[in-house]
Design a protein around this ligand. Structure first.
Ligand code: DOR
Ligand code: ZN
Length: 450
C-alpha cells in the first residue's frame, strides 16, 4: 500500500542534519516527498491520509544492528518473518541479523537466502551480517568478499569471539579492504570456561560459575592494538563491563574508527537479577554491577558509545526452563527496547531526545554502511522509513503478548512509558495507531497518560 500519508505537527528529529523542530512530513509512495517546519506551509494533497502527530516524536525508522532471527535452522525460536514483524511493533524498521544460525551465514548463498526471506516477510528491512570465519570456528577466513557482494553488510562471529590474535588480524585486514565493519563478540573463551554469570559476590553466594569482566576487556584491548595497523571499522558488541568503556574511549581518542554498543539489559539489570536462579536472566555477556551500568551510561553521555542494540536472542520456553547452568544464554528485546532506552537514558537525564534518536538511527545505519542509502535519516526524496513515537504512552511489558515466537524477556511485567505508534517502511504503513497493519485499529493494551 503506497498511499500518501501526511504526518502533521510532530516533533521531527533528524540527527543527520541536526533537525529538531515541530512540523509536517509528507510521504508519497515509497519516499518522503516533503518535510516542513513552517507552520501550515505544507498541506496534504488530495487523497492523503492525515495522521495527527501532535505530542509525538517523528524520527527516522529505528535501526537495530544486532538481532538473532534464527533462520535458517532455529525456526522454533524465531523466523525472519516473525522477527521482522516483532521489530515493527518495537518501532524498528531495519535489522541486522547475526550469522549464528544453522547452517551459519558463512556463504554467499546463505546471505542470499536470508535476503530472499526478508523480502517475502514485509516487516522491517533485514540485512544479514556474515560470519568472519568458516563455520564461526575461528580457524579459516570465510569468503567475506563474496558475501559482501551478495549483500552482507558487516562481519562477525557473534555468539563466539574471534579468539585467535592471528586470525583476528586477518579478519581486520579483509574488513578494512572491503570497508565493512567487523563486529566483535568480546569474550576470551579461556577466561570464561564454566562461567554462567558475572564473577562476583553474587555468583559466589549462588554457587554459579563466574564470568569475569576481564574476559571482555582483554579482547577489546588486544583488538584495538591489532587494529592500529589495519584501521578497520571495529565495533565492540554488547558492552557489559565498565573497563571496556575506558578502552574504547582511549582508542577513539587516538582517532581509530572504533565504536561500541550498549543493550537494554546491560543498562538496567545487574547480576542481582540472577539471585532466584531464573534462566531468563542468563545472557552473554552476563549482567554485571551498578558500577558497570554507571560506566556504560557515562560512555553514552561522553560519546564513547554511539550505538544502541538489543541483541534480541530468542530461545524456546523448554530450553529456558532448564537449570540456570544448563539453559542457553540470551534474552529478547526488540518489542520493548524503546521505552527501556528512554528509562535508562532520558528519565535519568543522561541524554536528550536528539541524542537518543542518533544512537537508534543514524549511528547504527552508518555502522552498517546503510546511511548512504538513506537509512537512519529523514530527508526529502529519501526512503520513507519513519517511526512516530508516543513518548507518554504508558504500558506494561507482557512477554505473552509479544509478536516474537519466543517469550524469554527479562522485563516482563515492567511498567514503562513510550511506544511506537506509527511505523512506515518504504512508505508502507505497517503500524497504525499502535496496531500492526491488518489488525483492528485500537491499540491493544493501551492507556494514555496525558
Ligand atoms: O546471550 C547471547 N545470546 N549472547 C550471544 O552472544 C549470542 C546470543 C544467542 O545467539 O542466543
Ligand atoms: Zn554476542
Amino acid at each position: 500500500m503506497s498511499h500518501s500519508h501526511f504526518l502533521r505537527g510532530g516533533r521531527i528529529i533528524d540527527p543527520d542534519r541536526g533537525m529538531d523542530a515541530t512540523g509536517d512530513v509528507l510521504i508519497v509512495g515509497e519516499t518522503i516527498a516533503a518535510i516542513s517546519t513552517r507552520r501550515g506551509a505544507l498541506s496534504p494533497p488530495e487523497g492523503a491520509v492525515t495522521i495527527d502527530c501532535e505530542g509525538m516524536i517523528v524520527t527516522p525508522g529505528l535501526v537495530d544492528p544486532h538481532v538473532h532471527l534464527r533462520e535458517p535452522g532455529g525456526e522454533s525460536k524465531e523466523t525472519i518473518a516473525s522477527g521482522a514483524a516483532a521489530a515493527i511493533l518495537g518501532g524498528f524498521t531495519t535489522l541486522c541479523c547475526m550469522p549464528n544460525t544453522n547452517p551459519p551465514i558463512d556463504l554467499p548463498s546463505t546471505v542470499e537466502f536470508v535476503l530472499q526471506r526478508a523480502r517475502a516477510a514485509s516487516g522491517a528491512r533485514v540485512f544479514p551480517s556474515g560470519a568472519a570465519t568458516v563455520g564461526r570456528r575461528g580457524e579459516q577466513l570465510a569468503p567475506m568478499g563474496a558475501m559482501a557482494k551478495a549483500g552482507a553488510v558487516a562481519f562477525t562471529d557473534d555468539g563466539d569471539c574471534v579468539a585467535s590474535a592471528g586470525m583476528m588480524g586477518k579478519v581486520l585486514a579483509v574488513c578494512a579492504s572491503l570497508d565493512k565493519a567487523f563486529m566483535q563478540h568480546c569474550q576470551d573463551p579461556t577466561l570464561t570456561e564454566g562461567g554462567v554469570m558475572n564473577a562476583g559476590v553474587v555468583s559466589a553466594r549462588l554457587g554459579l560459575g563466574g564470568w569475569p569482566s576481564v574476559a571482555e576487556e582483554v579482547i577489546i584491548e588486544r583488538d584495538v592494538r591489532l587494529n592500529r595497523i589495519h584501521q578497520c571499522r571495529y565495533h565492540a558488541q554488547h558492552l557489559s563491563a565498565g573497563g571496556s568503556v575506558e578502552i574504547i574511549r582511549r582508542a577513539r581518542g587516538t582517532g581509530q574508527p572504533v565504536s561500541a554498543e550498549a543493550s537494554p539489559h546491560h543498562l538496567l539489570l545487574t547480576d542481582d537479577a540472577c539471585g532466584t536462579y531464573d534462566p531468563v536472566m542468563k545472557v552473554n555477556p552476563p549482567l554485571r554491577t551498578d558500577a558497570d551500568i554507571r560506566a556504560i551510561i557515562e560512555g553514552i553521555v561522553d560519546g564513547t558509545i554511539t550505538v544502541l542494540a538489543t541483541d534480541h536472542a530468542p530461545h524456546t520456553a523448554s530450553e529456558k526452563s532448564r537449570d540456570f547452568s544448563e539453559a542457553p544464554f540470551g534474552m529478547i528485546g526488540i518489542e520493548c527496547a524503546l521505552p527501556l532506552y528512554m528509562k535508562a537514558l532520558l528519565d535519568s537525564g543522561a541524554i536528550e531526545w536528539p541524542r537518543l534518536v542518533a544512537l537508534l538511527t543514524l549511528e547504527p545505519a552508518r555502522l552498517l554502511g546503510l546511511a548512504e542509502r538513506g537509512i537512519g535519516r529523514l530527508f526529502e526524496s529519501g526512503p520513507a522509513d519513519v517511526t512516530v513515537i508516543d513518548p507518554n504512552h504508558r504500558w506494561t511489558i507482557d512477554a505473552q503478548a509479544m509478536r516474537s515466537k519466543s517469550r524469554n524477556c527479562p522485563f516482563h511485567g515492567w511498567q514503562v512509558r513510550g511506544r511506537a505508534r506509527e511505523v512506515f517502511v518504504a512508505g508502507s504503513r505497517l503500524l497504525s495507531a499502535g496496531a500492526p497493519a491488518g489488525a483492528p485499529q485500537t491499540s491493544t493494551h493501551a492507556t494514555h497518560a496525558n
